[in-house]
Design a protein around this ligand. Structure first.
Ligand code: PDD
Length: 280
């Protein structure tokens, strides 16, 4: 069945959903995006995604494409029209369509597109075994806090990881891990989670935010500080978070087995807690 996508006010079969060659998203990656999970036909953790969208737009001096209520309606309509029970909704806002010029054109109207992707989020088989990651250089720009559609560096990083048989690349800058190519990065020592503090160098993950809340509620300590690949190799456990992976255990980093190559108790518990809340 052809998916139904949303393009600037219209719901269309994916084959008819098209944007202009002059869209600044296409020409300059002049746009931002969000990925929101859906479980049992319901949006998970939607508000933080919209808050982050608001911030990304304002940092780029870009207008909202519609009201917040209309955007929520687009999300719920995409779920309904595609009978989506589990997966994600991808949405992107670009500065809009104008003849090619670097500076912002006057009176431009931002464009909005959205579409669903069916995914197994809850029963993701990787969560049972854990995944492998490899380190890769972080060659991104310095405004990683903005959820920009300019993703060539993460694309190259992820491809590098895939070619090495890993599921994710942990990007390294100045000797420290920043984050995954499309996820946040964590190690666990004892009962303590260690992860990089928020700044312009990483994305403020919505799943990270939910994880912090769950960890605090369940007496799991969090330390926000930088860590190196060498420290990660020796950690008791490691994991990543994102809207499409939730809490995903990592059992190997650069060929070093983590936790004897088994999913550890802290990560297992955190994933369970996350799923319990998301499926409630
Ligand atoms: N990526 N860091 C980066 C660089 C990311 O691209 C993402 C998400 C995250 C985690 O953010 P959240 O928990 O809000 O999903 C961290 C999405 C899933 C993507 O690009 O598909």
């Amino acid at each position: 069945m052809a998916r139904i996508a949303y393009v600037n006010g219209e719901y269309l079969p994916e084959t008819e959903a098209k944007v202009s060659i002059f869209d600044r998203g296409f020409l300059f990656a002049d746009g931002v995006y969000e990925v929101t999970p859906v479980i049992n036909g319901k949006l998970v953790d939607y508000d933080p995604h919209m808050e982050r969208l608001d911030r990304s737009l304002s940092e780029l001096k870009m207008a909202w494409p519609c009201s917040k209520e209309e955007l929520t309606k687009v999300h719920t309509e995409i779920i309904a029209r595609n009978s989506l029970t589990e997966g994600i909704i991808y949405m992107q806002v670009t500065r809009g369509v104008a003849d090619r010029m670097f500076n912002f054109p006057k009176d431009i109207k931002s464009s909005l597109v959205a579409f669903p992707q069916v995914m197994k989020l809850v029963d993701n088989p990787n969560a049972k075994t854990g995944v492998k990651v490899v380190t890769t250089p972080d060659i991104r720009w310095l405004r990683r806090d903005i959820k920009s559609i300019m993703l060539l560096a993460p694309v190259l990083g992820k491809q590098d990881a895939y070619e090495k048989g890993a599921a994710e690349g942990w990007m390294v800058e100045d000797g420290y891990i920043t984050e995954g190519t499309s996820s946040n990065a964590y190690i666990v020592i004892g009962n303590k989670i260690i992860t990089r503090p928020l700044s312009n160098r990483i994305r403020a993950g919505c799943t990270r935010r939910a994880l912090f809340r769950l960890a605090k509620d369940h007496a799991v300590e969090i330390e926000e500080r930088l860590f190196t690949p060498e420290e990660a190799y020796k950690a008791d456990e490691a994991f990543l978070t994102s809207a499409s992976q939730f809490v995903m255990p990592i059992t190997e980093i650069d060929g070093h087995r983590i936790g004897g190559g088994q999913v550890g108790p802290v990560v297992r518990k955190l994933r369970e807690l996350f799923l319990e809340e998301a499926t409630r």
